[in-house]
Ligand binder design. Sequence first.
Ligand code: SF4
Length: 365
Amino acid sequence: MKRVDLLSLDAAQMEGLVRDLGWPRYRAAQLLQWIYQKRVRDFSGMTNLGKTDRERLERHAVIHRMDWTRHLTSSDGTEKFLFRLSDGQEIESVLIPGDEAGDPSADRRLTLCLSTQVGCTLDCRFCLTGTMGLIRNLKAHEIVDQVLELQRAGRRMTNFVMMGMGEPLANYNEVVEAIGRLTAPRMLALSPRRITVSTSGLVPQIHRLGKSGLKMNLAVSLNATTDAVRDRIMPEVNRLYPIKALMAACRGYHSATRRKLFFEYVLLSGVNDSGDDARRLTGLLRGIPSKVNLIPFNEFPDSPFRRPDDGVVLKFQKILMEAGITTFIRKSRGSDILAACGQLRTEAKPGDAPIIPIKTQAVKI
Ligand code: SF4
């Protein structure tokens, strides 16, 4: 008989297992507490279960936690963890101390950047993950276990961003289930305001999320103010959902949720960092309560883009601020260990064809 992975069960399924074992209902709450709040990795630690019950549970179930196989620490304190999944695939999670320059609360902040897919279909040209193609979606429990394992290791994270490997909204159901587990009082009980989902702009899913009732933050990785530029740097997503449709979805999301939106804007030297770009951006955001994070490009080996000079970045920020838009410049973190934004990539295992093949020809900009 195949044993069920307790970590893969949602609350209702856990109650079903407890019922099948003929146990009282409160035992499901106890198991959830052991898994999500005490973060045990085996049954011997479940001390409020008798020995016979623990042995019985062990015959029916396992707890399949992920292990990290590599841990790198950057000179600026950023940490990168390479997690091995049960099928041998690998994902990266990044812990970032502080974050936004100029944000007074940044000192106390420890942000965990979570992966939601192994690789990504979208092939944004400034992103190393995009060069992998999509190997597979993560399950909800694999997203959540990145949090549990780092909590077990004593890291006190304050913020959680789904901005690691993958496009979260392309894995919509598992991401929504993961948010449910992260915020459920009987599970991790995190405040949804501490969780941010970052999308490259999947319009139907933004509409769906707006109607979902979930209260986490939404960040949109915009990165261009004209379709001509966005087609060059985010070709897959912009051909499907050009800027006009994306901004309409953002307006709809705000109308449905009354929540402020976050916009990420990777600044690429000579591509999208001009004064005209900044002014067009203020126009696009008009009427959407928003906060902008400017991310000066983190160069990676063979990348076709360059990072703009600091003066250009500051000028861009000034134009947005003068238009009344709260704008932070994201400090580059962990670039010496390829942990910075857009620098995450693991090697696919032999024989793993990406679901969507990656382009192999040189990228022409
Ligand atoms: S930026 Fe995000 S959506 Fe684009 S390729 Fe990278 S991981 Fe995928």
